[in-house]
Structures are given as C-alpha cells and as structure tokens.
Ligand binder design. Structure first.
Ligand code: CMP
Length: 142
C-alpha cells in the first residue's frame, strides 16, 4: 500500500556531507521526499522523540549524540515505505548490515549509525506528527 515513513539523517552523516548521497538512495528505491527540514535538536526534543528508550542503558549517549549537530528530518512516501526504508538502511548495528545498505556503507558504529527510520506504520505516524504538521506534508495523496 502507499505509505509514509519518517526518517532522520543523523549528525554523523550530516557532518560527513552525506545528505545528498542518502537522499539519492531513497529516490533510487522509488521513495519520494514529501517533507524535509534541517534541525539542531534540543535535549528536550531528542528525549521526547526517543522516550520509548528512556530506560535503556544507551539513552543518555543517544540523546547526546542526536543533539551533537544538525540533522535532516524527512517524510518518505511510496509503496511499502516503512519496510522499504528499513531495507535501504540495513540493520541498526552496521556490523550486521547487509552490503549496499546505508548503515553498511556510511555508519561507524551502532551509536553513530547514519540514519533513523520508523519501525512500523504506527510509529511512523507518531514520529511524523512529532516533527511535522499536516500542512507541511507535500504528499501526492492530498
Ligand atoms: P535508532 O533507529 O535511531 O533508534 C535508537 C537508537 O539507539 C538506534 O538507532 C541506535 O543508534 C542507538 N543504539 C545504541 N545502542 C543500541 C542498542 N543496543 N540497541 C538498539 N539501539 C541502540
């Protein structure tokens, strides 16, 4: 089905000048960028976004990293967008990521792993709404 998913180009990938290379992978796979902006997340924004990980041992490191520099946040739209984006990204830990995926090609570690992508349709809806209003989505379906 035609879906939307939420994506972040993380501070490591922005610092390495990889925004365009990553966007090209999305587009080559048939996903459209229907909203995007550059943000330098505040601690509050990062903690709120990752609230589900609050009790995890890596939470503080995650928030520190995600606020260490600017990110790009975007909404991707296309057939099966959630699953397709996860396939493009590869496994969370770049050591486990298949060759040719974003994490295999661009990520240094599980902490600095280049991109975030929603893991399911429900989290996609929540994550999109966390950063974008409906009016900011230049979707082909509206
Ligand atoms: P992301 O998809 O942004 O969601 C949470 C992030 O926490 C994850 O990518 C990783 O970059 C980071 N992280 C660090 N350690 C772990 C871990 N052990 N398991 C899952 N995520 C981790």
């Amino acid at each position: 089905a035609l879906e939307r998913t939420f994506s972040i180009v993380k501070p490591d990938a922005v610092a390495k000048n990889l925004i365009g290379a990553i966007y090209s992978r999305f587009e080559a796979a048939g996903l459209r960028i229907v909203a995007a902006k550059m943000l330098h997340l505040s601690r509050e924004q990062a903690e709120g976004f990752y609230a589900e990980h609050k009790e995890r041992p890596f939470f503080n490191a995650l928030v520190s990293f995600m606020t260490s520099g600017p990110v790009m946040v975007q909404v991707l739209e296309g057939e099966d967008a959630v699953r397709k984006n996860r396939e493009i990204m590869g496994a969370t830990n770049p050591k486990d990521a298949l060759a040719g995926t974003l994490r295999a090609d661009f990520a240094a570690s599980i902490d600095e792993n280049a991109v975030h992508g929603s893991d399911a349709a429900a989290s996609a809806a929540r994550e999109i709404a966390y950063f974008f209003t409906d009016a900011e989505l230049c979707s082909r379906t509206r």
